[in-house]
Design a protein around this ligand. Structure first.
Ligand code: P1T
Length: 381
């Protein structure tokens, strides 16, 4: 199956008892047994497995070309599960520009358990190989990254983890599996904040993992079961429903995203525009190789460099909503320094380029004329 078919049919079957084309929402915590240990359909207790969650997990595996999918109560719960594969003393190399909550989990939570995190810029891949040692067990990348839209060459990183006892995990939230399929490029684990493009309607918080091999899937399933960060049946249904229109939505997000980026690039009040589909993006060549299109995430700063200009702009928006999150049908705008990335220390933010005049847009699927007009009127001030 090709992708547009997979989002609707991949690993998805009609419900066997009634023929219902959509999986029912199995609102049950437990499953009746005839005699102890004899399960009717493999389900025992919904933390271990629930048919609605299973339907989503199977669909996730299909659209990421993986062996096993797992659905969690949030994107961070999915990341938490991956980190629990590690043992005290292990080392993680992570991309330096990443979601503030991921950075917070690494530095303030898991560093307590004797895990060492090194944050690096992946522009020069050859530099990364010099950082690897026998304790390195995980490489964590986000591409495009949040919020600066930096890219990492997944295939190049996979080439030097290949054959070594090092897992490569890719947070594919910004791209979605429609634009980029990390497992095909050599990654071991794909992670999503399914709250975003997979769900697609800003009505659910959810996370996902997909593994390349069934063995790794089984290890992560054990942690999911033993730690308990599962996604409930109702939310599983919402994400599954969102996935059915993922391809259509991503096409429109990408069409609108590039138009917004081009508009901003020409605007006299705008400084830098961060969007992988612009020829001015330093990794434009990699973007065209690694991604099918460029999505709807665009960040930019102001020529003035002033925080007040960013704040005034955000306050004046009318079609874009000022809110955290991204990837829904509606356009959102965010101030990373004060919102999504406030948990990154100020000096670190400055070092990375997450300045106080930086704005991040999640371009939705509305009519582009209305979006551009809204940006124009908000920038006029
Ligand atoms: O919010 P949650 O579903 O737990 O997902 C965390 C997460 C992980 N990875 C990336 C790349 C993300 O962007 C996020 C969540 N991000 C936002 C809420 C945001 O506005 O950037």
């Amino acid at each position: 199956m090709k992708f547009n078919t997979k989002v609707i049919h991949g690993n998805q079957q009609a419900e066997p008892h009634t023929g219902s084309v959509n999986v029912p929402v199995f609102l049950t915590s437990t499953f009746a047994q005839k005699t102890p240990g004899q399960l009717r359909a493999g389900y025992e207790y919904s933390r271990g497995g629930n048919p609605t969650r299973q339907a989503l997990e199977d669909a996730l595996a299909s659209i990421e070309n993986g062996a096993r999918g797992l659905a969690f109560g949030s994107g961070l719960a999915a990341i938490d599960c991956v980190l629990k594969l590690l043992n005290p003393g292990d080392e993680v190399i992570a991309v330096d520009d990443l979601y503030g909550g991921t950075y917070r989990m690494f530095t303030r939570l898991f560093s307590k358990y004797e895990l060492k995190f090194t944050f690096v810029n992946f522009d020069d891949i050859s530099k990364i190989s010099t950082l690897l040692n026998e304790k390195t067990k995980l490489i964590w990348i986000e591409t495009p990254s949040n919020p600066l839209m930096k890219l990492v060459d997944i295939e190049a990183v996979a080439n030097f983890t290949k054959g070594k006892d090092i897992l490569l995990a890719v947070d594919n939230t910004f791209a979605s599996p429609y634009l980029q399929q990390p497992l095909d490029l050599g990654a071991d684990i794909v992670m999503h904040s399914a709250t975003k493009y997979l769900g697609g309607h800003s009505d659910v918080v959810a996370g996902a993992l997909v593994t390349k091999t069934p063995e790794l899937g089984e290890k992560l399933h054990f942690i999911q079961f033993a730690s308990g960060g599962i996604l409930g049946p109702h939310d599983s249904y919402l994400v599954l429903r969102g996935i059915k229109t993922l391809a259509l939505r991503m096409q429109r997000h990408s069409e609108n995203g590039i138009k917004v980026a081009q508009f901003l690039e020409k605007h006299p009040a705008v400084g830098d525009v961060f969007f992988p589909g612009l020829e001015s993006h330093p990794q434009f060549k990699l973007a065209t190789k690694q991604m099918k299109a460029f999505g709807g995430m665009v960040s930019f700063n102001f020529k003035s460099g002033k925080k007040e200009d960013a704040i005034h702009f955000l306050e004046r928006l009318q079609v874009f909503t000022l809110a955290e999150s991204l990837g829904g049908v509606e356009s959102l705008a965010n101030h990373p320094a004060m919102m999504t990335h406030a948990s990154i220390p100020e000096e670190k933010r400055a070092e990375l380029g997450i300045t106080d005049d930086l704005v991040r847009l999640s371009v939705g699927i509305e009519d582009i004329e209305d979006l551009l007009q809204d940006l124009e009127q908000a920038l006029k001030a």
